[in-house]
Design a binder for this molecule. Structure first.
Ligand SMILES: *[C@@H]1O[C@H](CO)[C@@H](O)[C@H](O)[C@H]1NC(C)=O
Ligand SMILES: *[C@@H]1O[C@H](CO)[C@@H](O)[C@H](O)[C@H]1NC(C)=O
Ligand SMILES: [Zn+2]
Length: 448
């Protein structure tokens, strides 16, 4: 057998493409910015009435906030006819969502070989758990792996704790609360690897932080949903609670914070179904109990999601800013600048309302801020801004991890200082609005 044949066999063995349902074949991903009230009305109505087979990846909220949705090929013509009717500009981002999903390579991990685990591809739950176990065996003095409880289907939810006796402040990092968001899971495992295995190289500031704080990292809060997203439905977001026709609860709406009030549905079929009552779901309860156990001196709480390139400050349901908003925004801007300098990725910052134009309640981050008064609570919406959305190609995993960890480091060491961001990550306001603003400013200056 020559080397080439061997290589091909190895690739076949370890580069399995998980057999997903072919659900999204020829679905088109569209991106649009509603610039007129009729556009917004049409989109909101489409989301509510579902008179065409569409799935919103980013729901319509207000004028000038961009929207992404995928459209069934059977309804494409109808959709475009409506779009034409309302004189909307839509951009076709992906012509076949399924093939973009298929390009999201999932690599197998060879056990007991922690160095072979890389961030060039995505990973299955089984392999992530195997790797975590192997890391704990390989670095017994540095990290500890423990199950903090079980999912509704009985899978373990793991936390990685860094063992540094005598530390004072704590950091909790949460990922994978939404099954279809694969990138945050990769990010948290990357961060674990940086903290545990790269203790003498690379990022010295992170190395410092790994000693200064007690770290607790939970890479997959929703293991059932994550697994189901790999095996059956790539866009599965919720947990796997079974009720008659519809299954699953959005865990990031199930926390006991203004439960069910904003951005959450009471309809069990909805993707953002909040569940029958706060903490009805074991996964949310397990996470909340763990956080409560560690509440003393809990200084930072980070929650990772895909996608949108936003750094979000609590509370998710409020329009007003909280007391230390200014400080968090200042530190956040320093992180954003750092991320921008690395690969030119532009982040927006603000509350959920500021950055997405909507309000949500029952999410973990707001609950942490509210219940335990944690000083710095940030939610990252990772790459991208809707070009690929949930179908982000694997070659963007590593750069995303690098820039995000560098931003996170910056956030944790930041001191108050002036930051000016020369870009704004916001939907484009029409030139006329900018012009009017400019004229008004100019006029005011003249009056002075
Ligand atoms: C998807 O589109 C391609 C190209 O237009 C076509 O050949 C194929 O039959 C379509 N597949 C399905 C399942 O609609
Ligand atoms: C640093 O990493 C090495 C292996 O790379 C490990 O043996 C050592 O225990 C680590 N030290 C600390 C303090 O984390
Ligand atoms: Zn999410």
């Amino acid at each position: 057998m020559n080397a080439k044949t061997l290589a091909i066999i190895v690739i076949l063995l370890y580069n399995v493409r998980i057999c997903q349902s072919k659900k999204y074949v020829n679905y088109t991903l569209y991106s649009t910015v509603p610039t007129q009230p009729v556009h917004l009305k049409f989109l909101l109505n489409l989301d509510k009435q579902k008179y065409m087979d569409v799935i919103f990846w980013r729901k319509p909220s207000m004028l000038y906030e961009d929207v992404q949705l995928i459209v069934n090929p059977a309804d494409k013509e109808h959709f475009l006819e409506r779009v034409y009717h309302f004189k909307m500009k839509v951009e076709e981002m992906l012509t076949d969502v399924n093939s973009a999903f298929e390009a999201q390579t999932v690599t197998r991990y060879m056990r007991l070989n922690t160095d072979t685990y890389t961030w060039y591809t995505y990973h299955r739950l089984e392999d992530i758990y195997q790797w975590l176990g192997d890391m704990a065996v390989r670095y017994p003095n540095v990290m500890e792996l423990a199950s903090i409880g079980k999912s509704i289907e009985g899978r373990d939810i793991y936390v990685v704790s860094l063992k540094r006796p005598g530390n004072k402040f704590k950091v909790i990092v949460e990922g994978g609360i939404h099954g279809d968001e694969w990138l945050p899971v990769e990010l948290v495992t990357y961060l674990i690897n940086e903290l545990v295995a790269k203790n003498n190289t690379g990022n010295y500031r992170l190395h410092d932080l790994s000693r200064k704080y007690d770290w607790y990292l939970i890479p997959v809060v929703n293991p059932d949903g994550y697994l189901y997203s790999h095996t059956t439905d790539r866009l599965w977001r919720k947990n796997r609670r079974g009720t008659e026709n519809a299954i699953g609860v959005d865990l990031n709406r199930n926390f006991d914070y203004n439960f069910g009030k904003y951005g959450a549905s009471k309809d069990p079929k909805a993707d953002n179904y909040c569940g029958p009552r706060p903490f009805s779901e074991p996964e949310a309860r397990v996470l909340a109990d763990f956080i409560t156990e560690k509440k003393q001196n809990l200084r930072f709480y980070f929650s990772f999601h895909a996608y949108g390139q936003k750094l979000i400050i609590p509370y998710a349901d409020r329009i007003n800013h909280i007391d230390n908003y200014g400080e968090m925004e200042n530190f956040g801007k320093q992180a954003i600048l750092k991320m921008y300098k690395m690969y030119g990725t532009k982040y927006g910052i603000g509350t959920t309302y500021d950055t997405l134009g909507l309000r949500i309640s029952g999410n973990s981050a707001s609950w942490v801020k509210r219940t335990h008064g944690v000083r710095y609570v940030f939610t990252f919406l990772l790459r991208d801004e809707g070009t690929y959305g949930f179908a982000l190609p694997p070659n963007q995993i590593l750069p995303t991890c690098e820039e995000t960890v560098s931003g996170l480091t910056e956030l944790m060491v930041a001191k108050p200082r002036r930051v000016r961001l020369n870009f704004i990550n916001k939907a484009q306001k029409p030139a006329s609005v900018t012009f009017i603003l400019f004229c008004t400013t100019y006029f005011i200056l003249l009056l002075k």
